[in-house]
Design a protein around this ligand. Structure first.
Ligand code: ASP
Length: 323
């Protein structure tokens, strides 16, 4: 009888703990530096998530480095109480092919919460670059082989993946300069310390619109409709046949986070993705909000499995690895 009472009390306490979730600030780990595209999406989303998550404060913690794997490791090892979450991108699916040793298992160490958006990338150059369009850039690259450097956010970052495909398609090696995120990389590009970068439109639209960087192309198969980016050709139409990179963002919790909590986060995520301010801001930066079943954890996980299968052979063929 006594045991039954204790068990019942324990179960009731557990249920009420989930019922109250969240009752304190939630931390979203962004595995890249502040000021970059992943950080921008996270800060936008945090605004939209606050109300559906009971008005609690949402803290963004930037844990940049090693192409996003340091931040992902931190969340894989965090308490599975719903108060530490991860907002990551395609690097979740490309890291397993890029790193010989990983500190976490992509498909086993997380609860998949759902997908947020898909974002095109743009190929941009430092302000003083003499090339004013893609045709001129191709000539400039030809004339400057061996001297060109390309910024990225480390092995496994979206900027790395795009830059890798770009070099492979052109069959030109560039010196890659890794940063903890493309926020700081953009600062150096603007200052002329690096020549080129491939980065998400969520980080480059304002700079392109303001004429602060040279913009050459988008990485999607179709031109974009976002006013600031509509004039840019695709790399495919510029001669790099089939060049197609789209970046996605999604949310994760440490493995074992109770379903009652992940369900609450997923419900809040769906509400946030319908927030008119969030939609307006994201769309103005070229992002497309997810409106299909991938907004759910299980469907997003299936998508990540497909992305791992898609990118693994491409990355392996490019012969890029880190320990
Ligand atoms: N997402 C960017 C990239 O992969 C990095 C960042 O968010 O700062 O290049």
């Amino acid at each position: 009888m006594k045991h039954l009472l204790i068990a019942t009390l324990a179960a009731l306490t557990a249920v009420s703990a989930f019922a109250e979730y969240p009752d304190k600030p939630i931390t979203i780990v962004v595995p890249f530096a502040a000021g970059g595209p992943t950080d921008k999406v996270a800060r936008d989303l945090a605004e939209a998530l606050r109300k559906p998550l009971g008005g609690n404060t949402i803290i963004i913690e930037n844990v940049g480095g090693a192409g996003g794997t340091l931040g992902a490791t931190k969340v894989a090892r965090a308490s599975n109480d719903g108060y530490t979450l991860l907002l990551h991108h395609i690097g979740m699916a490309t890291a397993p092919a890029l790193y010989r040793t990983m500190q976490y298992k992509t498909l086993e160490d997380f609860e998949y919460l759902g997908m947020i958006n898909e974002v095109p990338m743009t190929l941009i150059g430092k302000p003083g670059l003499p090339a004013n369009n893609y045709a001129e850039l191709a000539k400039w690259i030809d004339a400057n082989k061996g001297k060109i450097n390309l910024a990225n956010a480390g092995l496994g970052a979206a900027s790395h993946l795009c830059g890798l495909l770009f070099q492979n398609t052109l069959k030109v090696d560039m010196t890659t300069v890794p940063y903890k995120g493309t926020g700081p990389a953009m600062t150096d590009l603007l200052g002329g310390q690096v020549d080129l970068m491939c980065d998400q439109s969520t980080n480059t639209t304002a700079q392109i619109e303001g004429g602060k960087v040279k913009a050459y192309a988008v990485t999607t198969m179709k031109r974009l409709t976002t006013p600031a980016l509509a004039k840019l050709p695709t790399l495919d139409e510029s001669g790099l046949k089939g060049f197609n990179v789209t970046i996605w963002h999604a949310m994760y919790a440490p493995k074992g986070t109770p379903k009652a909590i992940t369900d609450k986060i997923n419900a809040a995520l769906k509400l946030a993705l319908h927030d008119p301010d969030f939609i307006k801001h994201q769309e103005a930066l070229g992002a497309v909000i997810i409106s299909d079943a991938r907004v759910n954890g299980p469907e997003h996980k299936k998508f990540v499995e497909a992305e791992i299968a898609k990118w693994g052979p491409i990355i392996k063929a490019a012969g890029q690895y880190a320990d």
